[in-house]
Ligand binder design. Structure first.
Ligand SMILES: [Zn+2]
Ligand SMILES: [Zn+2]
Ligand SMILES: [Zn+2]
Ligand SMILES: [Zn+2]
Ligand SMILES: [Zn+2]
Ligand SMILES: [Zn+2]
Ligand SMILES: [Zn+2]
Length: 1754
């Protein structure tokens, strides 16, 4: 089918191209019935342009539509060529001062925390950068798409509403000018015509519901019969389900199915089949059948192609309208008029209404197009925004109903536009007064929650999945309510008052349905069977929390409203609980001669609910009244007389008792749901409108009733009345009732009750309760959080309640109470409490959880000990209560309170028995302390005419009345002071007694005080104890001091290690390696050390002993003993690469012999330095393998290492490893035992070697052609003159033990396997090359790290590196002994030929394309294979030296050829020195050999400078190489940091300081060699500028430069679109930190196939950019991603910090982020050190969940 249609698709109808826009427009201008004319045009052409085949061709369609359809309209509108018309319109336009930029997904948006009216007010990046807010406290977020920039909206900003760009326009703007005045009458009329017709057309066709029939006026004459099978998206089916179904239904490949699914997800619909009706219908039925099993089926329609065509054009048309109105505000206004004009059908018939009301029926793509149009038209025109808002409000209920039925996310629903109107203060107020918006929203909300219980309360218990789903959706209504309330009115009109109170009524109705919902009953006997549903109710509570706070704020801003609201709230509360005594018997309680009537009610036996929003709202209003003082000015306005305090406190008290009982373990059988509810009740998210308000309500109650009555009711509710009302109950209790649980329970309840009393008296930090302001409140919260421990900014923010603007108010006070400590390289910045704030610490702070309380107590006591103070934590001095609450303090001196205190103290005095606890006593002591503080303050603030009625000191001095004759509280305290079992509380009791005396003194001195009588005894007692106490005290102080010193020392040590982790590790390593350093120390320090050549410094042989980490046995490293090995990790590397586009294409054929100077793909070896016996390791590895196999069979768990690839973790340090390196002695010494006196010079040596090579090559040829005639053969042998002493048939004996040989092969093969990514093959001739290469590459990479960090070459290298390099070099040097001699000889010949040309090697790279250090290593390490057959008396050392000199000279030529000496540098300073003239002469020679192609001759000074600089890395690498190869200690000069060390290096390496001398000494042969190098055609091409070459010194690779401000990265990423799905925004844009590529990660669209598996863009990128290893920044998440291979990865903390020294992974907090250079350097260092894979391994070992992530799909 598809193939038949192809030609039709390709061909473009000629008639279309011949259309002339001008002519058509002309015809329309003449038309009498324009509508008919236009519709006919559309009916004819639209189906010819759109939807001509199975797949859309958007470019072609757009082109044709512009040409045939839109072009004519533009002509018509302008009345001339639009190319001139539109610019004219634009010029005449006075543009709006609104920015209105619509945000793309992922675009950064900015909100000013100082000036934004609410957090929904945001700026685009451009406006933000040009605004005053960039210097304010701002918050940055990434947009979820939709919404626009509020720049220019004066209502959105308290200050600075315009950015620089948009400010320019405002100066000219007159008040509310009609934009139409800038347009001519004609244009207005024509625009009106065309807009009206086309807008109507678009709305009609988009809302058209028939599937195969067009509207009449669009019907076609010739009707083709093609259909589409259209698939729509829903939120029910997953991507995978859709893909699977499509493959089945329309027979497509998985790739195509993914394509379909992606489009359906993005646009909301996509045709999946094109053809005749039957054909499409068939696909439809398969899809429906396949997806209807569990859920409702996917929506599929078979639609006639012409309908689809018109709909596509309809969308195009809407976008077109959006762009046309961009030319002129006048055009925009006309469109708004057209859109909002009422149609013939009256109400709701305007085009805008019609679109809104069919929103839920439209597919996603259509919705977003028309929403965009609304945003750029109606919302940009202030006059029409208002009218639109009214339409929106009128349709509100219907729109919400539709939204409820729809299953799309809110972001794509028209209801999401509410934020645009409701947050604009004037609009919101207009909608409240004129459309009664508040009530409408609340009522709509209530309508959707119909499920109620018998009392009319919400019931979420038996919610079905569908109801739960709707409940989630209906929550967006609360969001709308929040928007409406977000800005408080500054002025109240009478209408506003009336409508607000109407809304308040509705709100109370809502709260009434919540009051008492989800009631619970204590489960006794058996455990509940099913956890009851509780989350829904709490979700509702949480969502409403801010709304309630805002309601209160509104009420607070107008006294009339406040009083009315108070009355209404009280009335509703009465309705809820008016009859609270119904059916419950009244009982009478009496203690100490006081009695009160209450009801019999037990929390532990009857129903209780945690939800009391009406009570709590009333509590809030009461506090507001208290603050406003209206209560005192016009008490007659208040219904205070109607208040019944016992009724007010009843339910909050029950709730608090419930918490206490849960804590006492009485509700264990009610399961976790209750525990969770209690948790949230106190949690920072809810407490403000739950727990806090309950405390306030009790405070209100106490302040209005006799405290004795209150306490008795409280005792009764806590079910403790019996205990305190019966004399000696405690004693009897403990002796009679032996049930320990009950005793325990009661103890806890008493503790809880005392705690509650402490809170009631002590919590006066809410403005209105106490005489404080909001700052005091937040300060106190922070002080108490920081009393627990120092905290990071984000931790602190999390522990504080946020207001609706997401502000905690913390910044304004934090400086006053805390010091900030900056973060180091890891960790976060921390706030520490200022010491002077410690005195404000209250142990019984009501927002502490139990754990926090005990932590804080411990921390504060420790602090006091450190400061050598006593450890009492007395209650802090409190601010006074507001007058309305003032009488509350009397609870402390009430008779019942004193009775409770006395009883508990009595128990403590007679301490035998269970019936008391230390915490109980501690609380009583705290309460006594509070009372003393209170009295002290009263006395301090006393004025003449007032009598201080607070006489706590007197009351506690009095002994009990006659019958009991119990001692006074004071006396009991004195007794307890010496009780040995109360050691901990001594300091506190002492403090109380001291304070008591102080208060007493004050009272005596104050005129109004009666005299106390007990002072004498106290003084006496105190003095009696004084001596004893003093002695004890001294001993205690001494002990504490000792403790403190010890603690300090260990703390300091730990701290030091933490701070200097790296340093510490290094010192450890240094310690360990001192032995090695000693080995290296020169025999005679003043001797010149030489690393190679016949003059090599002879070091006496050192014996080396090592211990196996597995069996702990010690062994000497010897040639013939068992092998010792180091765990090692070999990886491919591109860290040094200068050409990332190059990678090994076909590893099987790749020849690694010559390394290109771009170092594009190297093999790196690292080791943790841990040594094992080869056989111990083998056993360990086998067991790991076996375990892994068993484990994988059982459950397919991943590990951080891949056993199948030979990976394992070092048994000691768990470092990722994949092979082992054998430990060897310097191998050269084994073969270089003879010392020869007469050695050839370089020229002679080259000749000899050339002859030897020639001989070998001849023999090789002989071997490969065995069928030659024997005569000829022998003849040739004769012809061949074997060089003197050369015995090519000699095979040296391998000196190593079997075990060492085996390990040589093992490591060689591993290097080969990993380096080339091939199957292991120890016979492959490339194995030795890979070994040499890895040695050279690893040395080069370490040289780079040392240079970059300005560290000396032979400075204290961490011992693992030292061990690794030594072993690696010696291994590479010994490897030839296990390879085939002839293979190694072959490599040598070829390498040698690259510098000394010979006839049999022609296709060798030119010297510009060879990395000289790799060449040196290869030559030196291959040389023994040749030298071992040479018995002519040339030593190995001589060969090494000549090879080194030869390569060095080649490198100098390389440098000279590529040097670009810019003469503009510094001028030469010194007179010409020897080196300079020498290098100049050499350069001249070069100039001559290159046929003058070399650039003009620069000065000798510059040349010498560039040679010196260019050759340094090579010299350093060589020094390292020969140092490890031959074991010659490094000269002390190079061990310390300093300048280049050029001369020292030359000496160590047997080079003349004037390197050019090398050429002069060997000019004979060198001239011919140089000539041959220069003759190479590649060199010529380079000199002629036809190709490029690497220059020296090569610069170190760095990670890309990151911007200072993180938002510019976000912006960059938001402009990035997926490269594969046509301009779509990427969901997870990810930046490669190595090369700077942006990738579309974690998405189907950009998956590619790699080695037969689908992998994500990042994984694919690592293979080309980092040979499998990648370092990325996930821009949206602000998270660094490390990847290695397909299965390994981890997240790493990003190098961006906010001002508080914290990272923001996931960008949740939105604080501005700035680059932390040190942290970025650390990441770069990990990369340079090749430690990324190791880092991943450690991360995965530490966090197993990382192992399970599908890294390859990122
Ligand atoms: Zn803007
Ligand atoms: Zn702006
Ligand atoms: Zn600002
Ligand atoms: Zn061992
Ligand atoms: Zn290790
Ligand atoms: Zn890259
Ligand atoms: Zn993509």
């Amino acid at each position: 089918m598809a193939s038949e249609l192809e030609p039709e698709v390709q061909a473009i109808d000629r008639s279309l191209l011949e259309c002339s826009a001008e002519e058509i427009a002309g015809k329309w201008l003449q038309a009498t019935d324009l509508t008919r004319e236009l519709y006919q045009h559309l009916a004819h052409y639209v189906p010819k342009i759109y939807c001509r085949g199975p797949n859309p061709f958007p470019q072609k369609e757009d082109m044709l539509a512009q040409h045939v359809l839109l072009g004519p309209m533009e002509w018509y509108l302008c009345g001339e060529d639009p190319a001139f018309g539109f610019p004219k319109l634009e010029q005449a336009n006075k543009p709006s001062h609104l920015c209105g930029r619509v945000f793309k997904v992922g675009e950064p948006t900015y909100s000013c925390r100082d000036c934004a009216v609410d957090p929904t007010c945001v700026l685009c990046m451009e406006c933000f950068l040009g605004s005053i807010h960039r210097d304010h406290r701002y918050r940055m977020t990434t947009s979820g798409g939709g919404g626009f920039c509020d720049c220019g909206d004066t209502e959105a900003w308290k200050e600075g509403p315009y950015c620089q760009k948009h400010e320019l326009n405002t100066s000219e703007i007159e008040e509310e000018e009609d934009p139409l005045v800038h347009l001519s009458e004609d244009v207005i009329a024509r625009t009106y015509n065309i807009f009206a017709i086309m807008f109507r057309y678009a709305v009609e066709i988009l809302t058209w519901e028939k599937e195969s029939e067009l509207p009449e006026d669009l019907a076609m004459v010739e009707k083709s019969d093609t259909y589409y099978c259209m698939l729509f998206n829903d939120e029910v089916h997953t991507y995978e389900q859709v893909i699977y179904t499509l493959q089945k239904a329309v027979n497509c490949t998985q790739k195509e199915a993914i394509g379909f699914a992606t489009t359906v997800d993005r646009d909301g619909r996509r045709s999946v089949r094109y053809g005749d009706f039957q054909y499409c219908e068939q696909a439809k039925s398969v899809i429906v059948r396949n997806t209807s099993r569990q859920t409702k089926p996917l929506k599929v329609q078979v639609m006639h192609s012409s309908i689809v065509a018109h709909q596509n054009f309809g969308l195009k048309l809407l976008s077109w309208l959006g762009s046309i109105i961009g030319y002129s505000d006048g055009l925009r206004r006309i469109l708004c008029q057209v859109g909002l004009q009422e149609g013939p059908d009256g109400e709701n018939s305007s085009l805008v209404d019609r679109l809104m009301l069919s929103d839920s029926k439209l597919w996603k793509g259509a919705r977003s197009v028309y929403h965009q149009l609304f945003m750029s038209s109606l919302l940009m025109d202030l006059k029409y925004k208002k009218l639109f808002a009214v339409r929106f409000a009128k349709n509100y209920q219907q729109l919400q109903r539709d939204f409820m039925e729809d299953d799309h996310e809110r972001a794509v629903s028209v209801t999401a536009l509410s934020v645009q109107f409701f947050t604009a203060p004037t609009l919101a107020r207009m909608l409240i007064t004129e459309e009664n918006l508040m009530s409408i929203i609340i009522k709509t909300f209530m309508d959707h929650l119909r499920h109620r219980d018998a009392q009319g309360r919400f019931q979420f218990e038996r919610y079905t999945a569908l109801q739960a789903f709707k409940f989630r959706r209906v929550q967006s209504l609360i969001l709308d309510l929040k928007y409406v309330l977000i800005s408080k009115p500054t002025e109240w009109s009478e209408e506003l008052r009336q409508k607000f109170l109407e809304g308040f009524d509705a709100f109370l109705e809502l709260l009434k349905c919540m009051q008492g919902m989800d009631p619970i009953t204590r489960q006794v006997g058996q455990h509940i069977e099913m956890e009851p549903e509780w989350e829904a109710a709490f979700t509702l509570q949480m969502k409403l929390t801010h709304v309630i706070s805002m309601m209160l704020d509104w009420c607070a801003s107008d006294e009339k409203v406040l009083i009315e609201a108070y009355k209404k709230c009280l009335a509703v509360l009465m309705q809820c609980h008016g009859g609270y005594t119904d059916g419950e018997q009244p009982i009478t309680l009496s203690i100490c001669g006081h009695s009160v009537e209450t009801i019999r009610y037990c929390v532990s036996q009857e129903k209780v609910s945690i939800h009391l929003p009406v009570s709590r709202l009333l509590a809030g209003l009461h506090v507001l009244l208290s603050k406003s003082e209206v209560a005192y000015k016009f008490p007659e306005l208040l219904p205070l007389s109607e208040l019944s305090p016992p009724m007010l406190i009843e339910h909050p008290l029950r709730c608090l008792v419930l918490c206490a009982q849960v804590h006492a373990g009485m509700w264990r059988r009610n399961g976790f749901s209750l525990v969770n509810q209690i948790y949230y009740y106190h949690n920072v998210k809810c407490r403000r409108e739950m727990f806090d308000k309950d405390v306030v309500m009790l405070q209100t109650g106490v302040s209005m009733m006799d405290p004795n009555h209150f306490l008795m009711i409280m005792l009764s509710r806590f079910e403790l009345y019996q205990i305190f009302s019966t004399p000696d109950y405690g004693k009897r209790f403990s002796s009679e009732i032996t049930h320990k649980d009950v005793v325990q329970q009661n103890n806890t309840l008493i503790e809880e009750m005392l705690y509650l009393i402490i809170m009631l008296v002590g919590e006066r930090f809410s403005p209105g309760v106490g005489q404080v302001n909001a700052t005091d409140e937040i300060k106190r919260e922070i002080i108490h959080q920081l009393s627990i421990k120092p905290m990071a900014h984000s931790e602190l923010v999390k522990s504080l309640p946020e207001d609706e603007n997401k502000e905690t108010g913390m910044e304004s006070v934090i400086e006053a109470v805390a010091h900030f400590k900056k973060p180091g390289l890891t960790g976060r910045g921390m706030y520490e409490l200022k010491p002077e704030c410690a005195k404000e610490f209250n142990l019984y702070f009501y927002h502490f959880s139990r754990a926090e309380q005990s932590k804080a107590e411990e921390a504060q006591r420790k602090l006091k000990r450190q400061n050598r103070e006593d450890t009492a934590l007395p209650p802090p001095v409190l601010p006074p209560f507001c007058p309305l609450f003032a009488s509350l303090v009397n609870i402390l001196q009430s008779d019942v309170m004193l009775c409770i205190m006395g009883t508990i103290l009595q128990w403590a005095v007679e301490h035998n028995g269970y019936a008391w606890s230390e915490s109980m006593l501690q609380r009583v002591l705290h309460l006594i302390g509070m009372a003393l503080q209170e009295e002290k303050q009263h006395l301090e603030n006393v004025t003449e005419e007032h009598v201080v009625t607070f006489t706590f000191t007197q009351k506690i001095s009095k002994p009990g009345e006659a019958p009991k004759n119990s001692p006074s509280i004071l006396a009991m305290l004195e007794t307890l002071q010496n009780a040995p079992y109360l050691e901990v509380h001594k300091d506190m009791i002492r403090w109380i007694l001291k304070t008591f005396n102080a208060v007493k003194k004050m009272r005596e001195s104050s005129p109004t005080s009666p005299v106390a009588e007990t002072e004498g005894t106290i003084m006496e007692e105190t003095s009696r104890d004084k001596d004893k106490a003093e002695r004890k005290r001294k001993a205690e102080i001494a002990r504490l001091r000792r403790e403190k010193i010890m603690a300090q020392m260990s703390e300091m040590q730990r701290h030091f290690i933490d701070e200097n982790k790296e340093l510490f590790q290094q010192t450890l390593e240094l310690d360990a390696s001192t032995s090695a350093v000693l080995d290296n120390s020169p025999v005679a320090s003043d001797m010149t050390l030489t690393a190679l050549g016949p003059a090599q410094t002879q070091v006496p042989e050192q014996r080396q002993f090592v211990t196996c980490i597995l069996c702990q046995e010690e062994q000497e490293v010897k040639v013939e003993s068992r092998a010792m090995v180091l765990a090692a990790f070999v990886q491919r590397s591109t860290v040094l690469s200068k050409n990332r586009s190059k990678f090994i294409q076909d590893p099987e054929k790749y020849d690694p012999l010559f390394m290109h100077p771009d170092l594009s793909c190297g093999t790196h070896t690292s080791s943790c330095g841990h040594i094992m016996h080869a056989h111990c390791w083998q056993r360990y590895f086998d067991s790991v393998q076996a375990k892994e196999q068993r484990r994988q069979q059982r459950l397919r768990l991943h590990t951080s290492y891949d056993v199948e690839n030979g990976e394992f973790l070092c048994p000691l340090c768990e470092c990722l490893s994949n092979t082992v390196i054998p430990l060897l002695l310097p191998p050269r010494n084994i073969f270089n035992k003879l010392n020869f006196s007469d050695q050839p010079n370089l020229t002679q040596w080259i000749r000899t070697i050339s002859q030897q090579i020639k001989a070998l090559q001849f023999l090789r040829k002989e071997e490969s052609t065995p069928n030659n005639a024997s005569t000829k053969n022998s003849e040739n042998v004769d012809e061949l003159q074997l060089p003197e002493g050369f015995r090519p048939d000699f095979r040296p004996k391998n000196p190593y033990s079997e075990s060492i040989k085996e390990m040589l092969t093992t490591f060689g093969t591993a290097t080969y396997k990993v380096g080339l990514k091939v199957h292991p093959n120890e016979e492959d001739p490339r194995v030795p090359i890979m070994c040499w290469g890895s040695c050279a590459y690893t040395i080069q990479s370490i040289e780079r790290i040392l240079s970059d960090e300005d560290k000396p070459l032979f400075g204290p290298l961490p011992c693992r590196l030292d061990d690794c390099l030594r072993s690696l070099t010696r291994f590479a040097a010994a490897h030839w002994t296990v390879a085939s001699v002839s293979v190694v000889q072959g490599h040598f010949c070829k390498l040698f030929a690259s510098l000394v040309p010979n006839d049999s090697h022609e296709e060798l790279p030119c010297i510009l394309d060879i990395d000289m250090f790799h060449l040196l290593v290869g030559l030196v390490l291959a040389f023994p294979a040749l030298q071992c057959q040479d018995f002519s008396g040339i030593s190995l050392g001589t060969g090494d030296l000549h090879i080194f000199h030869l390569v060095t000279m080649a490198h100098i030529i390389q440098i000279l050829l590529t040097s670009c000496t810019e003469e503009n540098g510094m001028d030469q300073e010194n007179p010409t020195c020897e080196e300079e003239s020498a290098v100049l002469a050499l350069y001249k020679t070069l100039h001559q050999y290159t046929g003058s192609a070399l650039k003009e001759i620069p000065s000798g000074w510059h040349l010498w400078r560039s040679v010196r600089a260019g050759i340094m890395p090579f010299l350093k690498c060589s020094a390292l190489f020969f140092h490890y190869l031959n074991g010659v200690p490094s000269p002390p000069d190079i061990q310390v940091p300093g300048t280049s060390h050029f001369e020292h290096l030359c000496n160590y390496l047997s080079l003349p300081n004037n390197l050019i001398c090398l050429f002069q000494e060997n000019s004979e042969i060198m001239n011919s060699l140089i000539e041959s190098w220069c003759r190479n055609s590649e060199v010529k091409r380079y000199l002629e500028g036809e190709r490029d070459a690497i220059r020296y010194p090569r610069e170190s690779n760095k990670l890309i430069n990151l911007p200072e401000d993180y938002s510019s990265l976000i912006n960059q990423a938001s402009n990035f679109s997926c490269p594969k799905s046509g301009g779509d925004k990427s969901r997870a844009p990810t930046l490669c930190l190595v090369c700077g590529s942006l990738l579309c990660s974690q998405s189907y669209c950009c998956q590619t196939e790699l080695e037969g598996e689908d992998v994500g863009a990042c994984t694919a990128h690592t293979y080309s950019c980092g040979s499998g290893v990648g370092i990325f920044l996930r821009v949206r998440e602000c998270q660094v991603l490390f990847l290695a291979g397909k299965t390994k990865g981890c997240f790493y903390s990003p190098p961006y910090l906010d001002d508080y020294g914290e990272t923001d992974q996931g960008l949740r907090r939105g604080n501005p982020l700035h680059l932390c250079k040190e942290r970025f350097k650390k990441i770069q260092k990990l990369w340079h050190q090749h430690s990324v894979t190791e880092e991943i391994g450690h991360a995965q070992e530490a966090n197993q969940t990382l192992v399970g992530i599908d890294w390859q799909h990122l």
